[in-house]
Design a protein around this ligand. Structure first.
Ligand SMILES: Nc1nc2c(ncn2[C@@H]2O[C@H](COP(=O)(O)OP(=O)(O)O[C@H]3O[C@H](CO)[C@@H](O)[C@H](O)[C@@H]3O)[C@@H](O)[C@H]2O)c(=O)[nH]1
Length: 249
């Protein structure tokens, strides 16, 4: 079951949260501009990055009016809330499809056409760029502890929530606008990696279909991950909250 029909040539908005991604963002913007996708826009959501990523984004927007936009927020407020702000803006601006991806070049831009094709031609509400679907992979140089954490996190989430997806914590996804409208974005609470799990949970529990397209996940070359102890604790607690807690989900 799909959440809404989508036009033949959909308006696609790629929402990219940034915090200290000055080196990566221009490369990502260039790669996106080269894609053979008819109506594709980039929306950067920057949290007043100390390294000047917001100014870099403004320059990109000035050089490509209409295809690059920037949402400036005043302070670092977490990946989940950055995505919620960007997705809401994208829906307000008429997106038919919203793609979420990291700025750090770990998500392969070249997978976007296959993700869009799967989203639009199959009965999918969201398509995950999946490291753990058959044919997917993680970078050989991804630190072992990150890889172990990722594999463990997926098993943990699956044991508690039984979502039936291979990569429940994937941060690279293509959403139908109708799906985002159906899952009640303003009440999403998770802000770290568990944001990905909560979004999947809301989609699946509404009877909507999640499909996965295999990707090769690369290790970032410049900048640093923003993973923290708080993010890990939230990730450990969220599946239990979703399964047994009260409140909207
Ligand atoms: N605006 C904003 N952006 C942020 C913030 N925190 C992180 N980001 C941005 O969000 C993206 C991902 O952040 P990272 O900190 O680089 O994530 P990661 O550790 O590599 O984790 C990735 O993989 C996980 C699964 O292994 C995913 O669950 C996670 O969402 C992300 O895709 C990057 O573009 C980063 O700049 C924030 O507070 N505010």
């Amino acid at each position: 079951m799909t959440a809404a029909s989508t036009p033949v040539s959909p308006a696609v908005v790629v929402v990219v949260p940034t915090y200290n991604e000055r080196e990566n963002l221009p490369v990502l913007a260039h790669l996106l501009a080269e894609l053979p996708v008819a109506d594709l826009r980039l929306l950067v959501v920057d949290d007043n990055s100390p390294d000047g990523t917001g100014e870099v984004a403004d320059r990109l927007a000035a050089a490509s009016p209409g295809t690059v936009g920037v949402l400036h927020r005043t302070a670092k407020d977490g990946l989940g809330r950055a995505y919620l702000a960007g997705m809401t803006r994208a829906l307000d601006e008429g997106a038919d499809v919203v793609i979420q991806m990291d700025a750090d070049l770990s998500h392969p831009v070249e997978a976007i056409p296959a993700m869009l094709d799967t989203l639009l031609t199959r009965d999918a509400a969201v398509v995950l760029g999946s490291r753990y679907a058959p044919g997917g992979s993680t970078a050989a140089d991804w630190p072992w502890h990150r890889k172990a954490l990722s594999v463990w996190a997926n098993r943990y989430v699956d044991a508690i929530l039984r979502l039936g997806v291979k990569d429940a914590t994937a941060g690279f996804k293509a959403w139908r606008a109708g799906t985002l409208r159906a899952i009640d974005l303003p009440t999403v609470r998770s802000n770290g990696y568990s944001f990905q799990v909560e979004m999947n949970y809301r989609t699946i529990t509404r009877g909507l279909t999640v499909l996965e397209v295999p990707i090769r996940f690369a290790e970032r070359v410049t900048g640093a991950s923003k993973m923290s102890l708080a993010v890990q604790v939230e990730s450990a607690l969220t599946p239990w909250r979703l399964r047994f807690g009260s409140g909207p989900r």
